[in-house]
Design a protein around this ligand. Structure first.
Ligand code: HEM
Length: 541
């Protein structure tokens, strides 16, 4: 009996062992092929130009993060092979990655063959946890449909309903500075932290019609939007490292360290807070309509209209309940909040840095604004259409967005084998788009591409006149939907600030001269390392 029992059992155990062994041998052989053999001896892209000093397993992955700047290595490769449409390098596990390198290659990927590319999962793991899937991550026909619906919120008419909020918030900001100046009419601010608060305050009002009150009151670290975003966007080093590893290998769920758990808690909190607002808005909006009253978000005090309410309006008007489900409204609100606030904040801190270190630009900008203001009296402010006509302000912000694009990079991946600029790219290859590479090409912008020169926008020539010469908002069907919105916001804040305050460098900043401050790395945004302090001095001082 014993013998029969054993002979029945053994084959199952043996079979399992055999399968396990086969699985591991095959997996090991496959990984060996993908990591060692394929990229070096088989890949059709192996002869493309690119760095060859690869680590046997990490490729260039570690080097990118050990640089003093998150954009340095890609810029260096661009300058080494300026004419190559793509620069090939190896990432973690020798994954082949193509840096989109020339203007033509950008146009082909983003416009001509836009829908042959999707955003890879790696990008979702990079920002999607914070921004939600929303319009940013939806693909193909679904994207076309949602984009059409969302575009209704960004027409000039729709933006005119939102714009007064920018001016109002900018006035609130300067009032806050006035209240907090010292006896000499000065206040030292960390522009990174301060503008992050400002931009989130504006996003709270314009996206969801709520007052996040980032300039006053107690902050509950577990509950406020601000605390959650700060935890996610300015994470402790270990948390940032885990996030970067998570983009390559999805390990987030398996790391029980506090640095990771804090990230997960902050993300959950953002979703919870946003869902609460969306659910409430749908109820309040429907109630107002039933009662025949126009709906107005409580946080806006009648100043303007927010995107969430406009989405609910649009969903009712156009019968879009299948497209704009409650879940979709949450995702979309998160996309607008995340997409709009840290980007604008980063641009404002770089603007403050430039204005503090280049006083002649500040004087010129203020003179232009004061000239416009001379037409208005008694605290009255021009509308956004008038502000938009300020040519130097426009050039200044465009140059800021060109020279300091706030986002480090984005990714694409072809959904089929494709040939772009005579380069065969197999399905699933990772394409890396560096905003700084696109915006700072010397071939396009000339030898002074790295200099900050607003005047260059007065007379764009040759390739610099192409929309693809600046990719800060991207181009083509997946271009940023909030571009005009963002420009209005930036102009309103800078205008108000320059009307009341002189921006001066701190002694540390003055010591840097025109040298660019060091940057955070790793980071999603191009942000000065450890913040960037400037002094604001009342103009009447
Ligand atoms: C300086 C400010 C901003 C910058 C630099 C910026 C940049 C970008 C970039 C580069 C993309 C494309 C990402 C990709 O496809 O990989 C994008 C997409 C998007 N942005 Fe912005 N953005 C800014 C402000 C805003 C604002 C204020 C909003 C909304 C209130 C917004 C909403 C969106 C949306 C909805 C998309 C997805 C578009 C689509 O895929 O169809 N952005 N943005």
């Amino acid at each position: 009996d014993k013998f029969i029992f054993q002979s029945d059992e053994l084959p199952i155990v043996d079979i399992l062992r055999y399968f396990a062994l086969c699985f591991f041998v095959q997996y090991g052989a496959f990984k060996f092929y993908r990591i060692v053999i394929y990229p070096h001896f088989v890949s059709p892209m192996r002869h493309l130009p690119g760095p060859k000093d690869n680590h046997p397993f990490f490729g260039q992955f570690l080097k990118i993060f050990l640089q003093p700047s998150p954009i340095g290595l890609h810029l260096k490769w661009h300058h080494t092979w300026p004419d190559a449409p793509f620069v090939r390098y190896l990432g973690l596990g020798n994954e082949e990655t193509l840096l989109i390198n020339t203007l033509e290659a950008h146009r082909e990927v983003l416009q001509t063959h836009c829908y042959s590319f999707v955003k890879p999962e790696v990008l979702y793991r990079f920002v999607g946890e914070i921004s939600g899937r929303g319009l940013l991550f939806i693909e193909g026909d679904q994207h076309k449909r949602l984009r059409r619906a969302m575009s209704a919120l960004f027409t000039p008419r729709a933006l005119a309903r939102i714009a007064p909020i920018f001016l109002h918030s900018a006035e609130e900001l300067t009032a806050y500075f006035h209240r907090n100046v010292d006896g000499q009419g000065r206040i030292v601010i960390d522009s990174v932290d301060m503008f992050s608060k400002v931009a989130l305050d504006i996003a709270g009002k314009t996206v969801m019609g709520i007052n996040m009150n980032n300039f006053g009151g107690e902050e509950d670290p577990e509950k406020s939007f601000r605390a959650s975003y700060r935890r996610l966007l300015q994470p402790p080093l270990l948390s940032a490292i885990i996030s970067f590893i998570n983009t390559a290998v999805p390990v987030r769920k398996f790391i029980p360290l506090e640095a990771n758990l804090g990230f997960i808690r902050a993300t959950k909190n953002l979703w919870k807070l946003t869902r609460k607002e969306v659910d409430q808005r749908i109820v309040d909006y429907d109630r107002a309509i039933e009662q025949g009253k126009p709906f107005q978000s409580a946080g806006l005090e009648g100043i303007g209209m927010d995107l969430l309410t406009m989405m609910v309006e649009e969903r009712n008007k156009e019968k879009l309940q299948d497209l704009l489900t409650e879940h979709e409204l949450v995702e979309q609100s998160l996309t607008f909040l995340a997409g709009g606030h840290e980007t604008a904040a980063t641009t404002l801190s770089w603007s403050a840095y430039i204005l503090a270190t280049r006083p002649h630009m500040q004087d010129k900008l203020r003179a232009e604004i004061l000239h416009l203001m001379s037409k208005y009296q008694g605290g009255e402010r021009p509308g956004t259409a008038e502000i938009d006509k300020l040519q130097y302000l426009d050039n200044f912000i465009k140059e800021c967005l060109r020279r300091f694009p706030p986002i480090v990079n984005t990714f694409r991946e072809p959904i089929e084998d494709i040939t772009i600029c005579n380069t065969f790219i197999p399905k699933g290859t990772l394409l890396y788009l560096s905003f700084s590479v696109a915006n700072r090409s010397k071939d396009v912008w000339g030898p002074d591409a790295d200099e900050f020169r607003p005047e260059r926008w007065e007379n764009l020539k040759g390739e610099a006149a192409s929309p693809y010469a600046v990719e800060t908002f991207l181009n083509g069907p997946r271009m940023c939907l909030g571009r005009v919105f963002a420009m209005m916001e930036l102009k309103a804040v800078l205008m108000e600030l320059l009307l009341s305050f002189r921006i001066l460098p701190t002694p540390e900043l003055a010591a840097l001269g025109e040298e660019i401050p060091p940057l955070e790395n790793p980071s999603i945004t191009v942000t000065p390392k450890g913040g960037l302090k400037v002094v604001l001095e009342r103009l009447d001082q």
